[in-house]
Design a protein around this ligand. Structure first.
Ligand code: TRP
Length: 507
């Protein structure tokens, strides 16, 4: 006899956990740099299309898959579309593992920054020794601190620590997840609201908000803006990696998934906008320019802003510490969900104990996270990405972030719409929903979402040449730009092929 499936104790517990999964680095780090890169207000229309036309309906698909089958992603897709479905499921699980590995490496730097807040991160009067960054702002202590940090082995220690915290929170599944999110998620919101208040009361802060909120139309015809918005939405809402299905599989069969999807999306996007306001008000108040890579915004532009917040050093340090604590807490409530997705998949398929599944995942993945924190400097001018770890991270992120999520999204929606039947899905969702989905939902799932996703994937693949990263200045390592995408495709496919062909255990 197998034990009955574990359950969330309350709807609140589930909503906290799912919104905690959604709210993470995507909302704080990636959203603001994407919004800036794609021109503030011009990002709007694609963003809202991505939210209402794609994000929310796909979340209903993933939640529905979980609660209707009471299985995690690969096994749920197997019910839907046989072995081929399961292959897609494991492909997405493998991609989840890749993302988890570098996600935790980034969190490791967050921990390093928290520690630095009381050390040399906010030392006044340091100017950058690196040519490309030395122009606009005189005070470069954050940049110097960050590059010093990532060129030491210390982040490896933080990575081990973070993995231990993650495993600790996951040790009894929903029971311990619920305990953690009940504390972490409210704290995150309070911190973010404080940051927004501080940002908006800065002279000039308001203009930053206006930059973000004034709709603009230029750039709307560019496919990269749409790809940016779609990938950002998938990542931010935790879609495409089986996470939401795993979490929803611990809900009763008759959960109202229409309501849950709207609630979780609303919480996620509100937090995202608050983070945008907090960050842009800071940038505008101090005329900071967030150029450079995604990570530069959070790891050395924002600290510069924090440094200007006050003349009293301890206030600056406290704010800096608070900001990175916020990043780390928001990150942990997401990384646990990224790990729970493969863990629940292994438990469902092989009927193994949770502790065993967690060990199978943690041991190789800690080593994987280490790779993304390798401190060797391969680009001494630091024009590209400086260390080996950061370069690996940047290139892996480009491929996995932009392509895995959307591809899995495309395939799951096709299977749902055409194999299971979009109309059937609509009726099963409606059976438990207060707010009923109209016929438009069937059209979205069958035609609109697959065509939009396919279009965006094809257009961005066409633009992919020359390969991402090939303009980095890293003698001896340029093969990485070719090797990484091939390595990712081959390992995930082999992994998925192997696992989808293994017989499931029937306990
Ligand atoms: N949504 C999280 C963030 O914004 C990251 C995340 C957690 C995620 N689980 C996911 C992203 C599943 C994609 C798929 O940081």
């Amino acid at each position: 006899m197998s034990a009955p499936r574990e359950n969330w104790k309350s709807k609140l517990g589930f909503v906290l956990a799912a919104s905690g999964s959604a709210i993470g680095l995507g909302n704080i780090v990636f959203f603001s740099s994407n919004a800036y890169q794609y021109g503030g207000g011009a990002f709007y229309l694609p963003y809202f299309v991505a939210l209402f036309v794609i994000g929310m309906p796909v979340m209903m698909v993933e939640f529905g898959l979980g609660s209707l089958t009471q299985q995690s992603f690969p096994m749920a897709l197997r019910r839907l579309a046989g072995k081929r479905g399961e292959f897609v499921g494991w492909f997405s699980i493998a991609s989840a593992l890749f993302i988890t590995m570098y996600y935790i490496a980034i969190l490791g730097w967050g921990v390093g920054m928290m520690i630095g807040a009381f050390g040399s991160l906010f030392e006044p009067g340091v100017s950058a020794p690196f040519a490309p960054f030395s122009e606009p702002t005189a005070d470069a202590s954050a940049m110097v601190y960050f590059f010093d940090l990532i060129s030491t082995w210390n982040p490896l220690l933080y990575i081990v620590l973070l993995w231990m915290v993650n495993i600790y929170i996951l040790r009894q599944g929903t029971h311990t997840i619920e305990k953690a999110v009940r504390v972490f998620v409210p704290v995150m919101w309070i911190f973010m609201i404080l940051l927004v208040i501080r940002g908006l009361t800065l002279p000039g802060g308001f203009d930053g908000m206006m930059f973000l909120f004034t709709p603009a139309l230029e750039g709307i015809a560019e496919p990269t803006v749409w790809k940016g918005a779609f990938s950002q939405m998938f990542f931010s809402l935790s879609l495409g990696l089986g996470t939401m299905t795993a979490y929803a599989s611990y809900l009763p069969k008759d959960a109202d998934q229409v309501n849950n999807s709207m609630l979780v999306s609303f919480l996620n996007c509100s937090f995202e906008f608050l983070a945008g306001v907090a960050i842009f008000s800071l940038l505008f108040a101090f005329a900071l320019n967030p150029a450079g890579s995604t990570l530069s915004l959070s790891f050395f532009v924002i600290p510069q802003g924090i440094n200007e917040l006050s003349n009293t050093p301890w206030i600056v340090r406290l704010f800096g510490f608070g900001f990175y604590l916020l990043v780390v807490l928001a990150g942990i409530t997401s990384s646990i969900s990224l790990i729970e997705s493969p863990a629940s998949a292994l438990m469902d398929k092989f009927k193994i104990r949770r502790s065993k599944a967690l060990m199978y995942i943690a041991i190789p993945c800690i080593l994987g996270s280490f790779l993304f924190a390798l401190p060797q400097i391969i680009d001494s001018g630091l024009t590209g990405n400086g260390t080996l770890g950061l370069t690996l991270l940047d290139i892996t992120d480009h491929w996995v972030f932009n392509y895995s999520l959307l591809t899995v999204g495309l395939l799951e929606v096709i299977m749902m719409g055409w194999v299971f039947g979009a109309e059937r899905l609509r009726q099963s969702l409606n059976a438990n929903a207060k707010l009923k989905l109209g016929r438009w939902f069937t059209l979205l799932i069958k035609f609109v979402i697959p065509s939009l996703l396919l279009l965006v994937i094809i257009l961005s693949l066409i633009e992919e040449w020359p390969l991402y990263g090939s303009n980095y200045d890293m003698p001896g390592y340029s093969w990485l730009t070719v090797f990484i995408p091939i390595f990712w495709i081959v390992t995930t496919s082999v992994f998925a092929f192997y696992l989808s062909n293994r017989k499931p255990k029937t306990a």
